[in-house]
Design a protein around this ligand. Structure first.
Ligand code: URA
Length: 437
């Protein structure tokens, strides 16, 4: 193999396929902090422009996964099934399906991320529960799963460090929006987190990374193919993100909404997507044979309270205050409130979901850069969804923030993000396609 890095850049620049050894060499070099960013960025740009075959993408995935510590979950019995969402607004499915599938007997090791930009992150949401600890060592994680069947933890420091370096370079070199680079980035972290099988929620629409069906399908296909190449069962669901998934946006609000679903008090798209994803987790984990059987089991554990009891147990075992389950006033709550009202009668014709996510940033519920502090009690409650008939003056949304000025700024963005027309929107299904079943 040629170990001259410039030659490898030229090879990819000239549209040739890199061998497994060459890709390993690239990732190895990039793991050395003295290796220059400009050579990494040239290679990433060549990959961005000329693409990668499925074989190259799988090799890149494995090389990035192995660049740090790969969690060894072999001590935990059964098939370890993980879940990943490509990111959306009011996307709280993890907080529903993790406890719910664990209550059905699945061993769940859920490593989650923090939110960045207009999308939220599970770890931030859980931090709105007083005392909740997400900084869990591998050893603690094993003990929690053995005792409780589940742990929800932040990503360990040394998880796929090559991906961290590549992502930082991609972020500032116009190379983020590449399907093989996104697919390998996501899959490398999931593989390093030690799962045997994976359910992917590939969001598609104006609030998602993938705006159109074709690119969402291509991303889903690529990740399912990587799974085949590295011996992990992967099912991908392409789901709609042309409106927030639930009604709540913001950390405390989203945890409360997830609890309401688990208590059986709330139906709708958030529950529907959670059950669709959760049922595939139960199938991949060999707990159930068919989707019907799995959905029934999940529904049953909402009815009999086992799902919400599992959530209570997660909170208690990770040092959080479990009383929040019964008393939502224990959650942080922003002081100022403003309502956004409809300017005319008609139907909710479209929602700029990215705009809603940006409005929630204005409330202080998210962070623009990594070091920003979050206001856990800030956010938005949407009181409308696509297709609703609305009268002039009706409340479309409630906005919560620390100051009136923040509420005003968020409300202005929200007003411009919800469109009313005299005809209803085209109906979009929540689950657009399932791949890899
Ligand atoms: N999410 C990731 O983890 N990586 C990407 O490249 C894009 C989204």
């Amino acid at each position: 193999m040629n170990r001259n890095f410039v030659d490898l850049i030229i090879k990819k620049r000239d549209k040739n396929e890199l061998s497994t050894d060459e890709i390993n060499f690239f990732v190895e070099q990039a793991s050395d902090e003295n290796f220059p960013d400009y050579q990494i960025s040239s290679m990433l740009m060549a990959m961005y422009l000329n693409g990668l075959s499925y074989r190259e993408t799988s090799d890149l995935t494995m090389a990035m996964a192995n660049s740090g510590k790969v969690l060894n979950l072999s001590e935990i019995e059964g098939i370890k099934v993980d879940k990943h969402s490509t990111g959306g607004v009011s996307d709280t499915t993890t907080l529903i399906l993790a406890p719910l599938t664990a209550s059905c007997g699945l061993s769940v090791v859920k490593m989650s991320g923090r939110g960045l930009g207009h999308t939220g992150g599970t770890i931030d949401k859980l931090k709105s529960i007083e005392g909740f600890n997400t900084e869990i060592s591998d050893l603690q994680a094993m003990t929690l799963v053995k005792n409780n069947g589940i742990v929800i933890m932040g990503q360990t420091e040394n998880l796929a460090p090559a991906d961290k370096r590549f992502y930082a370079v991609r972020d500032v070199t116009g190379t983020v929006e590449s399907i093989p680079l996104i697919a390998s980035s996501i899959m490398s972290k999931k593989i390093a987190a030690g799962c045997d099988a994976l359910v992917l929620d590939v969001k598609c629409g104006n609030g998602a990374f993938m705006k159109d069906f074709e690119s969402a399908e291509k991303l889903a296909d690529t990740m399912v193919e990587i799974g085949k190449n590295v011996n992990k069962r992967v099912i991908a669901l392409i789901t709609d993100m042309n409106q927030p998934l639930g009604n709540s946006i913001g950390n405390s609000f989203e945890v409360i909404e997830a609890m309401e679903v688990l208590k059986g008090n709330l139906n709708g798209r958030l529950k529907e997507v959670s059950l669709e994803l959760g049922s595939r987790m139960l199938i991949l984990g060999n707990i159930c044979k068919t989707k019907n059987e799995a959905v029934n089991m999940l529904e049953e554990n909402i009815k009999n309270g086992k799902g919400i009891e599992k959530f209570r147990k997660i909170i208690a075992s990770q040092n959080g205050n479990p009383n929040v389950v019964d008393d939502y006033s224990l959650f942080p709550m922003a002081k100022c409130k403003k309502v956004v009202k409809a300017q005319m009668s008609g139907y909710i014709n479209s929602i700029n979901t990215y705009g809603v996510g940006k409005a929630s940033l204005e409330t202080g519920a998210g962070r623009r850069k990594k070091t920003d502090l979050i206001d856990y009690g800030a956010g938005i409650i949407l009181r409308c969804s696509l297709g609703d008939r609305i009268s002039e003056g009706e409340i479309l949304a409630e906005v919560y923030a620390k100051t009136d000025e923040m509420c005003d700024n968020a409300s202005e963005i929200l007003k411009d993000s919800i469109f009313i027309d005299n005809k209803p929107s085209v109906k979009i299904k929540s689950i657009i396609k399932v791949i890899g079943e």
